[in-house]
Design a protein around this ligand. Structure first.
Ligand code: PEP
Ligand code: MG
Length: 573
């Protein structure tokens, strides 16, 4: 038996035998072309066009986020700068295969050097290059194997084109060697509820036919598991399937205390699925995701259309829209300075918006117009707020531009520590545990080498969450959590014990979190929080809370919530 560590996506468990993705095509030889450059260019552009069309067609078949990703890849395939790079090489008498290989590789290296969101697009570009080179040689495009039996797919990283169209009847789970929690593989796996672990460097050792258990909740792959481990994994798979089939009610603790469960969305495309899975609104609409590829600021009209689309999906329900959070892992060309040495500590989030106040004003204006045209309960919030003064600035501006409910995200330790003064002013707070953990533990959330520090169970993070929860109680204002921590079923209970009044997460996590909340009373949640706060590190906090939780659920059993009593903390106007 061997245990491999990676970054789990979601809470799923899968058992199966490994099948590795075929190795990429060999590097095309660097020999002089026998054709003239014009003939090679005709071959290259024809193949690039064929690949672009194929990717678009796959996008149409896949729909949703996958379609956007595949359309972006189709654009890469015929990108004019790349075509220029290829042409320059053909004039040096390279073959079309070699020219495509080199031009795409140069572009890919530039993306990798940029790091963050753009760095994680490198795999997308590699995939396009492989497809073009295969087409030039008349080979089938590289892709997922299709054996008769279901299997666990092991790949260096998956191209979006492959992830989007994975046959979920055959692929029991996915293990990638590369890729981080924000790679497209991870995003699409989350959206399609594929049991997945990414960034599992040791998976290089896995061979076809190895039996594995993928335990995404704990970020581990068990190789050659024992009978006992297999039996436990099977029990967890069955329990999870039963939870997914449970009737969908509003989020609540066992004693009826309401904890509305909301969805994190990047566009209106995921809204219908989120509603079907019981989302009671949107707790984080990441508006910057709409404009990641834009080189200039979107107009008020363009923005209003997008916001209206989202708001129309949630009539009468809360939709928390975050102003553009540009910078670090999500740079926007029209808001960020690409030359910052340390972008996570630079002019990002509200700081960047304030430096380009016109863009912020236009976004808030578009939101106010969309609000007036729709029935949802729109709340707006600012990202990366670190001072009380910034809170005044943002909430005053939002109110001035006609938005009724304006709050801030708490993602920086200074904001958490000042929450009492921040919530005197802001209408609500929403805790972004991804960044709060990154800044509290001083560990870049995009860097695999420090991923071990990026654990929101750390009591230092929990203490900060507790500060915000206490401030919310003192001012009777809502405190949401919208970072990944809210998607961890037991941590979700701890967060409620620390004072969170709503939880927002990827839609695929809703069923697990809903079931977990229903197992504990508010008093028990507070006790779990107390125990976790006293621990000396993330692992011991998790272990201590797990032990207590087990003692509660094994003596009382997990029953469905009965009465719905305590309402979500109200907005004081
Ligand atoms: C967070 O930081 O926890 C958060 C929700 O925002 P994002 O992940 O988009 O930075
Ligand atoms: Mg954040």
């Amino acid at each position: 038996m061997m245990e491999l560590q990676g970054i789990g996506i979601g809470q799923g468990v899968a058992i199966g035998r490994v099948l590795r993705m075929p190795e990429p095509l060999p590097e095309p030889a660097d020999t002089r072309s026998t054709l003239d450059p014009a003939a090679e260019l005709a071959r290259a552009t024809a193949s690039m066009h064929t690949v672009a069309e194929d990717l678009e067609a796959r996008g149409v078949r896949a729909g949703g986020t996958a379609q956007e990703v595949l359309e972006a890849q189709a654009m890469m395939a015929e990108d004019p700068t790349l075509v220029e790079e290829v042409t320059a090489r053909l004039h040096k008498h390279q073959t079309a295969e070699r020219a495509v290989f080199e031009a795409f590789a140069a572009f890919r290296d530039q993306l990798l050097a940029m790091g963050g969101y753009l760095g994680e697009r490198a795999a997308d570009l590699d995939d396009v290059a492989q497809r073009v080179i295969s087409d030039l040689g008349g080979f089938p495009a590289p892709g997922v194997p299709d054996p008769a039996e279901p299997f666990v797919l092991v790949a260096r990283d998956l191209a979006p084109a492959d992830t989007a169209l994975l046959n979920l009847e055959k692929v029991l789970g996915l293990i990638t060697i590369d890729g981080g929690p924000t790679s497209h593989t991870a995003i699409l796996a989350r959206e399609k509820s594929i049991v997945a672990i990414v960034g599992t460097h040791a998976a290089l050792q896995l061979a076809d036919g190895d039996e594995v258990i993928i335990d995404a909740a704990n970020g581990i792959v068990l190789v050659a598991p024992t009978d006992k481990q297999l039996a436990e994994a099977r029990a967890r798979i069955l329990a999870r399937a039963a939870r997914a089939l449970a009737p969908i009610g509003p989020g609540a603790l066992k004693d009826g205390t309401r904890v509305p469960l909301l969805a994190n969305l990047g566009s209106a495309d995921g809204a219908a699925k989120a509603v079907a899975l019981g989302a009671e609104g949107v707790g984080l609409f990441r508006t910057e995701f709409l404009f990641l590829d834009s080189t200039s600021a979107p107009t008020v009209t363009q923005q209003r259309e997008q916001y209206e689309r989202m708001l129309r999906e949630f009539p009468g329900q809360k939709v928390v829209v975050r102003a553009l959070d540009a910078g670090a892992d999500k740079p926007l060309a029209f808001l960020n300075d690409a030359d910052e040495e340390n972008p996570a500590l630079g002019l990002r989030g509200l700081r960047a918006l304030r430096a380009s106040e016109d863009i912020l004003r236009e976004q808030l204006t578009a939101l106010a117009e969309a609000d007036a045209a729709t029935e949802a309960d729109l709340w707006v919030m600012a990202p990366m707020v670190s001072t009380v003064e910034e809170t005044h600035y943002f909430t005053d501006l939002a109110h001035e531009l006609g938005l009724q409910t304006a709050g801030v995200m708490i993602e920086v330790p200074s904001a958490a520590l000042m929450a009492n003064l921040i919530l005197e002013y802001a209408d609500f707070a929403s805790i972004g545990t991804n960044d709060l953990t990154q800044y509290t533990l001083a560990a870049d959330r995009m860097l695999g080498s420090v991923a071990g520090f990026q654990d929101p169970w750390h009591p230092a993070v929990l203490r900060l969450v507790g500060e915000v929860g206490a401030a919310g109680r003192a001012h009777n204002k809502p405190v949401g959590v919208c970072g990944e921590a809210a998607a961890d079923p037991l941590l979700a209970v701890v967060l409620v014990g620390l004072g969170a009044t709503t939880l927002s997460m990827s839609a695929s996590a809703l069923a697990d979190v809903r079931a977990s909340l229903a197992d504990f009373t508010l008093e028990q949640a507070r006790h779990l929080a107390e125990v976790a706060l006293k621990a000396d590190g993330a692992a011991s906090a998790r272990a201590a809370a797990t032990a207590i939780a087990h003692s509660y659920t094994s003596t009382t059993g997990g029953t469905a919530p009965t009465v719905l009593t305590t309402p979500e903390r109200g907005i004081q106007k």
